[in-house]
Write a protein that binds this ligand. Sequence first.
Ligand code: PAF
Length: 284
Amino acid sequence: MTVCKTRAELRKIVEEAKKNGKSIGLVPTMGALHEGHGSLIAAARPENDLVIVSIFVNPTQFAPNEDLDAYPRTLDTDVALAESLGADIIFAPTAKEMYPSCDDTWVEVTGNITKVLCGKSRPTHFRGVTTVVTKLFLIACPDRAYFGQKDAQQVHIIRRMVKDLFFPLELRILPIIREHDGLAKSSRNVYLSPEERKAALVLSQSLSAAEEAVRGGERSGARLVDSVRAQIACEPMSNIEYVELHTLPDLTPVTEPLNGAYLLAVAVRFGTTRLIDNTVLEVF
Ligand code: PAF
């Protein structure tokens, strides 16, 4: 396992691999790796000759009032986990390495897809994500890049960017990994007190109830959103930011009655911790 701190170190390895016809899989992360990331690395291993895991807490996707400084940084355990799952290279650059000058260049997907859901309360977040992901793609030149469905909006925005900018790579999207009781794995779960963690189960429970309602014949998007919102609001420790239903893949407003594939997504605070979760509803 090699840990690269600079673009130059990684470029050398990537160029050598390309010269020898080797395929490259990239798993972009911000570290604090958990089983969700583990599933991405495990999926990348058999599909690529070289598996690169990037670990970079990207400052440009955090607003000044957000948790950039507090974001968990656990490089040693991350390296050990990535190695145990078969990763070949860790790319762990500094902020100076990724943003060497006062950067004026951004890669931004515009339109509804970045305005709804998390884009409403975090208006500069996705611009930071697409800019750093572009930099990572240009440095690592992956044949395949791996992302988790947990960040569903991010996935659809990156998909759009890859399509619009002709990035020559395949996106591989892996399902949400959950704790035994349903809580979606997240690096931010460590912030939750035991009471908040228990309260947060309402997210997966309310989404499962919506899936069940659709299986039972519910075809009203408004009623589904209302019932998820009501179930979460019953949990006194919850503070809802959004419960939204959008069409896939463009995240446009739904029309009734439902017919097609939809993203039902929630963002809710428990204390100071903001959690997101989602499910895809196939309504036919
Ligand atoms: O999903 C994340 O962890 C980050 O948004 C990503 C894709 C690594 C970009 O910093």
